[in-house]
Design a protein around this ligand. Structure first.
Ligand SMILES: C[S@@+](CC[C@H](N)C(=O)[O-])C[C@H]1O[C@@H](n2cnc3c(N)ncnc32)[C@H](O)[C@@H]1O
Length: 313
């Protein structure tokens, strides 16, 4: 199984939360429903849930034109996109050309979508605005093509494309998406809201939020009638903004710049039951914990039965 089903490397990407989200869906009877990400980015969780049959449909939205153009190309111009991946040399000359595309194009063209993928796979940490892996003189230990395994990327794109009829893609501000699109989404849905981080967001993404944007997002979130969760970086401002929803902290491994653990918070909306598993757990940790819990249940039951038997005889 690949570590992520997303062809995009995503700084702060939340694919690691997939095992937790699967359990959350299970515990809230939301399996086979719809999964929605108003801030989709690399959408790693969405692709896993859809490709593995945990949900029937996904809605992904991202305001960033580069990200949107890439997903649009995956869904609508898959063959041409894969042809470009196959035929384009991964060189510094090409990197310079692709950089210019980002500066000159703002429409959701195939050209912009491909440029997003190219820079995402050749830049440090996958950040479109960052420098190239190995530096412009390519004298580093790693060269710019070290994360550009063409066939693996093409396979991921084609796997997602197979589900294109089950994928709804939008390029809206999240507040507009929540107001205009969510009301027509079936009730059996999980809305997973992963906004730009309160503190770390500014360096990572091309769109970033100010305090007032986090506040107006909360106002929009409070209008949602579906089950929802929000994840954020663990900051005093976010804890106080969401205080009445009782934020819970958890740890996540993230590698946007260096490999370290980040402290995050998860906030559960009123229509959802908190999951008994920790958000950062892997599939095998979830499996082992489930086994322990069920062994304990059996032991408890056996003890109880023995007790009842002793009572009778
Ligand atoms: C924290 S990232 C989401 C990462 C994603 N959950 C993943 O696992 O890859 C936030 C995303 O929100 C997008 N974004 C920023 N401002 C937005 C807005 N106002 N409305 C919608 N999307 C926005 C950014 O382009 C970025 O892709």
């Amino acid at each position: 199984m690949p570590t992520t089903y997303s062809p995009l490397r995503y700084p702060g990407g939340k694919s690691q939360l997939t095992p937790f989200i699967v359990e959350l869906l299970r515990e809230n009877n939301l399996l086979d429903g719809t999964y929605v990400e108003p801030f989709a980015g690399g959408a790693g969780i969405a692709w896993h849930l859809l490709l593995k049959g945990f949900v029937q449909e996904v809605y992904i939205n991202d305001l960033n034109p580069s990200i949107y153009a890439f997903w649009k190309a995956v869904l609508e111009e898959n063959d041409k996109l894969c042809g470009l991946i196959e035929d384009t040399p991964i060189t510094i000359d090409e990197w310079n050309k692709q950089k210019l595309v980002q500066h000159s194009s703002n429409t959701a063209s195939l050209e912009l979508g491909f440029s997003t993928l190219f820079l995402n796979r050749t830049n440090r940490s996958g950040i479109i605005k960052a420098g190239v892996i190995g530096g412009k003189s390519q004298d580093g230990n790693y060269k710019l093509d070290c994360r550009f395994q063409k066939q693996a990327i093409i396979k991921k794109i084609q796997d997602i494309h197979l589900f294109k009829d089950e994928i709804k893609l939008f390029n809206l501000d999240a507040n507009d998406f929540i107001r205009d699109i969510l009301p027509s989404v079936e009730q059996k849905s999980l809305i997973n809201i992963d906004p730009p981080y309160y503190i770390k967001g500014k360096g990572l993404y091309q769109n970033f939020f100010e305090h007032k944007d986090h506040q107006s997002l909360l106002n929009s979130i409070e209008t949602i009638h579906h089950p929802w969760i929000v994840t954020y970086d663990n900051t005093p401002e976010i804890n106080s903004l969401y205080a009445k929803h009782n934020p819970k902290t958890f740890e996540l491994n993230y590698s946007a710049q260096k490999k370290c653990k980040g402290s995050e918070v998860i906030i559960y909306g009123p229509g959802i039951q908190a999951c008994q598993f920790e958000p950062g757990m892997t599939f095998s940790q979830v499996k082992n914990l489930k086994k322990t819990l069920s062994d304990n249940m059996i032991m408890k039951k056996t003890k109880q039965e023995r007790y009842e038997y002793d009572e009778v005889v």
